[in-house]
Each structure stands twice: as C-alpha cells, then as structure tokens.
Design a binder for this molecule. Structure first.
Ligand SMILES: [Zn+2]
Length: 292
C-alpha cells in the first residue's frame, strides 16, 4: 500500500510539473528520462567546418567578457523570464511625425526582424538544444516621445510616455516599467503593471549613424529604420540584437575560415549560418542556469 501511495505521489508530482511548466518539452516533466533523451537534451551538432571557428569565438568570449556567466540580463534571460515573449518600448527621439500607419509598419518590421533571430533557434518545428520556444511573440507596449503631438494617433493600443526624458534629454518609457532598471522582475510601480513592462527599447534617434545594442535594447538612426522598413533585412538592427543576446563584435580578429557574417560589421547584411551557430552556442553555454 505504501508503495502504491508513493507511486501515486510520483504521478501527481509529474502532473504538477507539467502544469507548472507548460513550455517545457515533455521529456523534462516525465518521471524517467532515457539515456537517448538525455543526449538529445544536450544536442550540439554544428557543421564540421564551423567547429573550430566556433571554439575560437567561445574561447575569446570567455577570456574577454568580464562577467560572462554571472550576468543575468541577456536577451535569453529576458525571454525565459517572460516564459517565451519579449516586450518593447519604442523611444522616438525625433520630431518627425508618426502616423498610425507608420507606427503599425514599425511594429510589423520589428516583429519580423526580431523573429529572424528566434527562428535561428528552431529546427523542423523544434527548439534547438532544449530551447523551449518555437516562436517568441514581440509585444510593443509603449512609445516614448518628447511631445505628444508628434504621435498622430488617438487610439489607446499602446501606452504613451510624453516628456519623460532621461539624463541625456532623450524620451524614455517609465523606468518603473523597464527590466533594465528592475532585473528582479518587480514592476509593482509600473502604472500598467507587469504586463506593460518592457524588456528592451527600440531607440530611434534622428541623425544617429551606425548602431548600438545591449541588454537594454537597440539604438539606430530614425531615418535609417523608417527608410528600411520594407527591406528583407534591417541589418544594423539585426546586428544590435545579436549584442542583446550576448554576441560579440569582430573589429580586431576573424575566426578561422569566416570572412563574412553579420556580427562582423560591414561584411554581411543578414544572419548567416555562422551567426546562427554562434547564437546557438551562446544558449548552449547558458542553458544550465535554467536546468536545461
Ligand atoms: Zn556591434
């Protein structure tokens, strides 16, 4: 009888695990994991010609990042904290008017471009190397602007932050709602609550050349972004998202046999096979913090 109760408890525990973690592959919730499943969970199979340059890149990252394994606000951590989505604030640092149509085109482009990196984590409809999400919805929850009149729409589909300026005078969404400022996930002071928090900012600055990217989001020129909305690859933005997920620049060295890829600025205008595998390698080295 005790045995039966023990087994019943084990079944209940497995069910509870399933309910608590709906995004996880079934193998992690099952009471037993076979050796084959365990191997599949640590699947690493880059093309043979990429093995050496990928190892070079990771060795370089390990020897140059000051807090590689302690830092917990990579794009990976943000998506995991949200259980598979990301929230954006658009910082419109420009006096160019924004119609509802332009706003919606910016949203569409942002979702498509961000989705290109997320698609790099999926093989045949399955997350690569235990990555739990086959798609990562992008929500734009707010727009920040200096003067409300710059934004020409009247509907309430996004929160608007007018005249909330950072130390440099650029418009920002409320810091109380920003993950950069609240990495403990406490958004109790965000007017719209946790559902209106933002993980990243898309910072569009008039006259800004080039780009910048990090855990806080990405910054590119306003004219550049609005001028490339219909392009298949908004490559400066894509490069900066690579930084958000931890990828490095390659200004002073080149991995063996790799001349041209997105993270080597100026050498490619789309996510290449090498970029994809560097991205996957970053996840491979971080995933154990999530028990994966
Ligand atoms: Zn860069």
């Amino acid at each position: 009888m005790r045995k039966h109760i023990a087994r019943l408890l084990a079944v209940l525990a497995a069910l509870a695990a399933l309910i608590a973690a709906p995004g996880l592959p079934a193998a992690f919730a099952a009471p037993t994991v076979t050796a084959a499943q365990a191997r599949a969970a640590d699947d690493w199979n880059p093309p043979a010609n990429l093995v050496q340059p990928l190892n070079e890149v990771w060795n370089h990252v390990q020897s140059t990042y000051p807090d590689l394994y302690g830092f917990r606000n990579y794009g990976w951590d943000q998506v995991m904290a949200n259980r598979g989505s990301v929230n954006y604030c658009v910082r419109w640092e420009s006096d160019a008017p924004v119609s509802a149509a332009l706003r919606d085109r910016i949203h569409t482009a942002l979702k498509k471009q961000f989705g290109k990196w997320m698609a790099a984590m999926v093989d045949n409809g399955k997350g690569h190397n235990a990555w739990p999400y086959t798609s990562v919805p992008v929500n734009i929850v707010g727009w920040a602007v200096k003067n409300r009149s710059t934004l020409q729409w009247t509907d309430s589909s996004v929160d608007i932050y007018a005249g909330n300026l950072d130390g440099g005078g650029a418009p920002q969404c409320a810091p109380d709602c920003g993950r950069f400022f609240h990495q403990d996930g406490n958004y109790s002071r965000c007017p719209g609550g946790a559902s209106r928090h933002y993980d990243q900012s898309l910072w569009l600055t008039k006259g800004f050349q080039g780009g910048a990217g990090g855990d806080w989001g990405q910054r590119v020129g306003q004219e550049y972004f609005t001028g490339t909305l219909d392009q298949e690859n908004i490559h400066i933005y894509l490069h900066e998202v690579g930084h958000t997920f931890g990828l490095d620049d390659f200004y002073d060295w080149t991995p063996t046999g790799q001349c041209c890829f997105l993270m080597r600025a100026g050498s490619a205008a789309q996510i290449t096979e090498f970029d994809k595998w560097m991205f996957r390698d970053f996840w491979r080295h971080l995933k154990n913090r999530y028990g994966l």
